[in-house]
Write a protein that binds this ligand. Structure first.
Ligand SMILES: NC(=O)c1ccc[n+]([C@@H]2O[C@H](COP(=O)([O-])OP(=O)(O)OC[C@H]3O[C@@H](n4cnc5c(N)ncnc54)[C@H](O)[C@@H]3O)[C@@H](O)[C@H]2O)c1
Length: 369
């Protein structure tokens, strides 16, 4: 295939309308929007008009159009069936997270897409955040040393809303943990590798809907590193700075606000050139005036870095929705596997399932490979 990938959208009225269509499909160099469908016909008509797309009256009608790929952005409990229908129609599918409601559903989705020779992607777009890509590069180059500990936080204020699908596990699969913690866990696996076992608490601390509004998960990675994920639907937006902290035997990478939808936030690395002896003074001066800045890939100077100096990681920002659409479109054009394929969606589902199981049983749960 050459030229532009022709996209359809199922569930056009939420994140699709807010971000993935305007910032992703419309801006991507190798994609174009053909047709949209939403169960809410009025919303669908508005979206079709705004983005100059055809308006389908059903999923079958949408699949009859001349399209290559479908972006599914509906409530979580609908994903598996909608992926099934699209795959059977021979369309490539980029599905929002969580991929399914259970590990079995995610496995079936992957298997069916394989059988039908269509590509399956999972929309973990936070992997494309420019600072995250730079942090990953530093970790892969060994600049952090042996990974030891990480923290990822994503919280917001989400009060009770009549009929909200995220507030009922029957439609959302859970609450804060699966909805926002899923991004955190996915990012931490990107940085530190696979999680081997988890311990987790969930609670309804403030809101009394059926899904949890509070969750903290403790992760033990296969490589021995530890991490915590904290995610709440009951902390005011401006109070959660969506912290990302990555520590290793040679330093740390600390960020605020890079986990999120818009290109934002700041990230600083504190890296030692070589392992130092134990310092009884435990001195850790931080002088912003002495910080150097990395603004492009590979721009970490080889010069000696004195203790306490930080390196500001500020690469050119990337729109994550544009990046995810361009990447998936290119995978179709080049006929290769997408970077963020269904397997990562399945992986996330396995860790999340283990977390919920741990919370339910009150004990540590193995994730499995
Ligand atoms: N990656 C991100 O940045 C991000 C952000 C928000 C949501 N999401 C994910 O996107 C998905 C949708 O979340 P949202 O916040 O947009 O939800 P939403 O409720 O705001 O929007 C979902 C849309 O799907 C439509 N819909 C419902 N049932 C449908 C059906 N049977 N067929 C077609 N359309 C149907 C609704 O009318 C609505 O317009 C979820 O999987 C969520 O986790 C991802």
């Amino acid at each position: 295939m050459s030229g532009k990938t022709k996209w359809a959208v199922i569930g056009s009225g939420g994140i699709a309308r807010r971000r993935t269509i305007p910032e992703g499909i419309s801006k991507a160099k190798n994609a174009e929007l053909s047709v949209v469908f939403d169960i809410d016909a009025q919303v669908n008509a508005e979206v079709a008009k705004k983005f100059d797309a055809k308006e389908a009256g059903s999923i079958n009608a949408l699949l009859d159009e001349d399209i290559d790929a479908v972006y599914i952005a509906t409530p979580a409990h609908l994903h598996a069936e909608q992926v099934r229908v699209c795959a059977k129609a021979g369309k490539h599918v980029l599905c929002e997270k969580p991929l399914g409601m259970t590990v079995a559903e995610a496995e079936e989705m992957i298997e069916l897409c394989k059988q039908r020779s269509v590509k399956l992607g999972c929309a973990f777009m936070m992997r494309f955040v420019a600072q995250h890509a730079e942090a990953l590069r530093l970790i892969k180059e060994g600049k952090l040393g042996t990974p030891t500990y990480a923290r990822a936080q994503l919280s917001c204020w989400y009060p009770p809303i009549e009929g909200a699908w995220r507030q009922d596990p029957a439609t959302g699969g859970g609450g804060a943990l699966i909805d926002m913690g899923g991004h955190c866990i996915d990012l931490l696996e990107m940085f530190f590798g696979k999680v081997a076992r988890v311990g987790c608490f969930i609670n309804n601390t403030v809101h009394d809907y059926k899904s949890e509004d509070s969750a903290v998960a403790l992760l033990f990675f296969e490589n021995g590193a530890l991490a915590t994920v904290d995610t709440f639907f009951c902390i005011p937006d401006n109070s959660s700075k969506n912290v990302l902290e990555l520590y290793g035997s040679k330093g740390s990478i600390l960020a605020k606000g890079t986990i999120g939808q818009a290109p934002a936030g700041e990230m600083v690395a504190f890296l030692e050139q070589d392992r130092k002896d134990y310092d009884a003074q435990q001195a850790r001066p931080v002088r912003n005036s002495t910080m150097r800045k990395i603004t492009q890939k590979g721009d970490i100077s080889n010069g000696a870095q004195t203790e306490g100096q930080g390196i500001i990681i500020a690469p050119e920002s990337v729109n994550t929705y544009q990046a995810e659409i361009e990447e998936f479109s290119q995978a179709i054009i080049d006929d290769r596997d997408p970077l963020i394929g269904g397997e990562l969606g399945l992986r996330s589902q396995k860790v999340l399932t283990a977390c919920y199981e741990s919370a339910r049983l009150g004990k540590v749960v193995e994730v499995g490979s």
